[in-house]
Design a protein around this ligand. Structure first.
Ligand code: SAJ
Length: 441
């Protein structure tokens, strides 16, 4: 430019900021996805602003009170001390950020109806402070087209143009809560930009914290990769739940069948029947895909069938329990049931969509007494139910007619349960056998 300072092309400017870790990163949403991500970038040497509307979360982080158990407190302490991770509730910090990563929840309004209001709220905040040279990455699991059809026009309505003034990409989160074998940095990261440069910059960014980056051709592809992964799971879990119900009718041991099938060194992957499918991903993510495909006139029978089968499991468990008691001349109405494990899966302190809650609710309306014991969940208060986790000992366990294993936490004394229970209905194959005291799913 004649007379003016040479303006470094925007791409080169952001690229060098990322490469020398000068890029300031804002992570919006400090949950099981956002907090580990923020900590990883801070550990890598970036200055990271963690933004969360929940002041209690910000206070807990600053006071080093863990609410996401997968992150060692020492790591949070280290990056806070170095002033590399700055948690706050304010969005104005986006004004000095070079990168904004959205990691907010994407729940359902009702079955098969996505709710992307959290994503939109975050994008509106980003828009307020959007300026030349910023990279915006959406990580929240959502239906194909969200980034291109919703976020892009929302941001461009500020008068800036994607590709010329800012960059936009999608990169699905793949955290597996409680999985110590695959921490954030070990899980390959898919990245897809609105433009090739956005893909390149997003790849550069995540290469600082994740060993393997998988660039794809668009945001839509990246959005759909995640949904395929979780649809694969919901369908296979639905399949094995149906196989378990079939095997029971045919008086076969589904657990032995699965273990033997797993010896096939190729073309098979073990899934396990259970009391239902919980968590914030598997029960809902595939329904985002179902909803979008439906708009295109395509009804996914697999997703609907799997979702319906999985949703039927809590009632199926109660039906089986009723029969188990009847065979021992115990009427469910007069029965006292002890439920072991309340969370949606073992060793994860998370009740979201936990089938245990549905089973407790059903049993509360059908039998004399329902109690639960879960080392991670000291009390349960929901839908008018107010229970405290009971201490497990011979006396407390033996007062119940049946012990129902719903979530198979590692740190539970199953020998005590076996020795103290009158009957055990084991929906997670903890005991690996049936006998006169143990009935498995
Ligand atoms: N479940 C079964 N049988 C199985 C596997 C799971 O009944 O064989 C149940 C679990 O008990 C749980 C539910 O399904 O209630 C979901 O379990 P999950 O481990 O599939 O789901 P999440 O939400 O804990 O974590 C998953 C990730 N897990 C795995 O890949 C093993 C992964 O699908 C995603 O990275 C993550 O959701 C996400 O954030 O989408």
């Amino acid at each position: 430019m004649a007379g003016g300072a040479i303006r470094i092309p925007m791409f080169e400017e952001l690229k060098s900021k990322i490469n020398n870790k000068q890029a300031k990163i804002s992570v919006i949403g400090l949950g099981y996805v956002g907090l580990p991500l923020a900590i990883e970038f801070a550990k890598a040497g970036f200055t990271v602003f963690g933004i969360d509307k929940d002041k209690d979360r910000i206070d807990k982080i600053n006071k080093l009170i863990p609410y996401i158990l997968d992150i060692p407190i020492e790591e949070i302490k280290g990056v806070l001390k170095k002033n590399k991770f700055i948690p706050n509730t304010k969005f104005n910090i986006l004004g000095i950020s070079d990168v904004a990563i959205i990691c907010v929840p994407t729940p359902l309004k009702r079955k098969y109806q996505p709710n992307i209001s959290y994503i939109i709220d975050a994008a509106k905040e980003i828009k307020k402070y959007l300026r030349r040279g910023q990279l915006v990455v959406l990580e929240s699991t959502t239906y194909p087209g969200t980034t291109e059809e919703v976020i892009l026009p929302l941001l461009e309505s500020k008068g800036l143009s994607c590709g010329r003034d800012f960059y936009l990409a999608f990169s699905p989160e793949r955290i597996d809560p409680g999985n110590e074998r695959y921490p954030v940095n070990k899980i390959p990261k898919v990245v897809g930009g609105i433009t090739v440069q956005a893909t390149e910059l997003t790849k550069l960014l995540y290469e600082n914290i994740i060993e393997k980056i998988i660039p794809v051709s668009s945001t839509k592809v990246a959005e759909t990769v995640k949904l395929l992964e979780n649809t694969f799971r919901i369908v296979n879990i639905g399949l094995i739940n149906e196989m378990a119900m079939m095997a029971h009718k045919m008086k076969m041991d589904i657990w032995q069948i699965i273990e033997a099938a797993k010896t096939k060194p190729f073309g098979f992957m073990g899934f396990y029947p259970g009391p239902g499918v919980g968590g914030h991903c598997i029960p809902k993510d595939p329904l985002y895909l179902y909803w979008k495909a439906n708009l295109h006139g395509f009804k996914s029978r697999f997703i609907k069938l799997a979702s319906d089968i999985n949703s039927s499991m809590p009632n199926y468990i109660v039906e089986r329990l009723t029969k188990i008691l009847e065979e021992r001349n115990i009427n469910l109405k007069r029965a006292k049931i002890l439920i072991i494990g309340a969370t949606y899966k073992k060793d994860v302190k998370d009740l979201r969509k936990s089938p245990a809650l549905e089973i407790i609710e059903i049993l509360q309306s059908k039998c004399t007494k329902v109690a639960y014991s879960d080392p991670l969940i000291p009390f349960l208060k929901f839908n008018g139910i107010d229970l405290r986790s009971i201490k497990l000992n011979k006396k407390t366990i033996n007062q119940f007619d049946c012990t129902l294993i719903v979530t198979d936490h590692t740190g539970i004394n199953y020998n005590l349960i076996f020795n103290s229970s009158k009957i055990i209905f084991d929906t997670r194959n903890v005991f690996k056998q049936n006998n006169k005291k143990i009935v498995r799913l």
